[in-house]
Design a protein around this ligand. Sequence first.
Ligand SMILES: [Zn+2]
Length: 109
Amino acid sequence: MTRRNRLAGVRFRAEIPQELDPGVLYVSMEHSTAIHSCMCGCGHEVVTPLGPGSWRLCYDGETITLTPSIGNGALPCRSHYIIRESQIIWQRGNPDPNSQLIIEERHGA
Ligand SMILES: [Zn+2]
C-alpha cells in the first residue's frame, strides 16, 4: 500500500459515486459530507460529515483543507492524517478520539 502525500483532486458532486478514485476527495454539499478512499491505500471508504461539531471544509478554489485530523481508528490500518491545502500530512500516534469516523460498509453496487 502506498501512502499519498497529496490529494489527486477534489470533485463536487450532488451524489457520492459508488466508485471512489484513490486520492480524490468527493464533496457533496447536498449531503454535507465529504468522502474519500483512505489515503494509506487500503481502499476503505472514509466518510467525514461536514458541519458544526464535525469536520470543516475549506476550499480556496484550488486546494482543500479539512479539519480536524482524520483518524481512522476504526480501520485496520489505523491511519491518522491531516488534509491541509491538499497535502496529506501524516500523524504519529493514535487518532484523536474526537475525530472518530463513521465507516460505511457498502455491499455490492
Ligand atoms: Zn487505510
